[in-house]
Design a protein around this ligand. Structure first.
Ligand code: 1CP
Length: 356
């Protein structure tokens, strides 16, 4: 069947091989938020529809995903969606307010509110995401893997409790400290829903998954162990076997070993850690993704080149490095610098692997 040969092409892509810690001819690179505001093609689409409308329209989601992957020449595409979409079918009233970011109008502030979170028994309410996965998969080049994703339960719980973005997470963390039983119940519901959702993305055609635990770096190791680790382990155990999973967080320099113990084939690193030192701590059993500071993309080209080379040198050609930023591309980033970065990574990683 023709599908068999197509599957084999994704399977042999540098990105998927790196997830499995196999050697690759060049270091694969993709960039978080590669389809976003910094790109004029994205802004043109967004001028016509709201952010939620864009997420819920599989044809438009396909257009922005594929345009970004092709314009940049990256080694993987990421589904265009948002980590917060799952909160709607769980019973939360989500809005992306103009200029303010996400707002949840009925946040979870106490024990009795946890019951508002309905168990997700069927992914039908998120069917538009699976439609987008199918549509993106058929529009992408067969050799380009598609990454599906979800928010990790802690980061989702932060939004659910805070009712939006936050700086110190005092509402979410004090909820956790005040009533561990209610916190665990909330996390369990988020874990079950997220597992169902991610497995549906795989069934619809995603080749890899990324769990975004963007805000988990706000926890101490002591609290991570008590309030997050067991839930993450339960989540990883529920995910479709054989599908590479990237476990990403920011500001996680003190949590890396715990994140590795929680699960994932690839650990995402931000720029606050040295890639080589972090990888040594994690050991040879995992691949790593990262870790250029997104603000370097505002620097002169020579600085971008020096810093990209430094990241590659720290990985030192070890199998299992996926080049990425330490967090998403910022909205005012010059597109040309992003295109140049992808080229630099491909060119220099080939050279750095030439036999000496
Ligand atoms: O106005 C716009 O056009 C919306 C900007 C935007 C975009 C482009 C938001 C709003 N979300 C997205 C897309 C998105 N979000 C993607 C797919 C695109 C890609 O990567 O190419 C992904 C993977 C996400 C994930 C996401 N959403 C995260 C985790 C990653 C991260 O940045 O840490 C988080 C925290 C969100 C929440 C979110 N979505 C959008 C906003 C403004 C926010 C709030 C961020 C905050 O609290 O500071």
């Amino acid at each position: 069947m023709s599908e068999t040969s197509t599957v084999a092409r994704w399977d042999e892509s540098p990105f998927v091989k790196a997830c499995r810690r196999e050697p690759t001819e060049v270091t694969p690179v993709w960039l978080m938020r590669q389809a976003g505001r910094y790109m004029p093609e994205y802004r043109a689409v967004r001028a016509k529809v709201s952010f939620l409308e864009l997420c819920k329209d599989p044809a438009l989601a396909t257009e922005v995903t594929v345009t970004a992957a092709e314009r940049l020449g990256v080694d993987a595409a990421i589904l265009f969606a948002d980590i917060l979409l799952i909160l709607e079918p769980l019973g939360l009233d989500l809005e992306f307010a103009k200029g303010e970011g996400p707002v949840i109008h009925n946040p979870i502030r106490e024990r009795t509110h946890v019951d508002r979170i309905q168990p997700l028994t069927d992914v039908a309410p998120l069917g538009y995401v699976m439609d987008a996965v199918r549509s993106i998969r058929s529009a992408l080049r067969p050799e380009t893997p598609l990454i599906g994703f979800a928010g990790a339960p802690f980061t989702l719980a932060c939004y659910a409790v805070e009712g939006g973005g936050s700086r110190h997470y005092e509402l979410a963390k004090s909820f956790m400290y005040r009533d561990q039983g209610a916190w665990d119940a909330l996390m369990e519901r988020l874990v079950d829903a997220t597992a169902l959702y991610l497995n549906a993305q795989v069934a619809a055609g995603a080749q890899a998954l990324q769990l975004f635990d963007s805000w988990v770096g706000n926890l101490s190791p002591f609290d991570y162990r008590r309030f997050v680790l067991p839930h993450m382990q339960r989540l990883f155990a529920k995910l479709t076997p054989g599908v590479p999973i990237i476990h990403f967080g920011t500001d996680t320099g003190s949590l890396l070993e715990l994140q590795r113990d929680a699960g994932g084939h690839v650990i995402g690193l931000d720029w606050r850690v040295e890639l080589d030192a972090a990888w040594n701590r994690l050991g040879t059993g995992v691949a790593v993704q990262g870790n250029l500071d997104p603000v370097v993309l505002f620097a002169p080209r020579t600085e971008i080149e020096n810093q990209a080379r430094r990241v590659l040198n720290q990985a030192a050609g070890r199998p299992g490095h996926i080049f990425n930023l330490g967090h998403g591309i910022l909205p005012h980033t010059p597109v040309d610098n992003v295109v140049a970065l992808v080229d630099l990574v491909h060119t220099h990683s080939q050279k750095s692997r030439a036999p000496g």
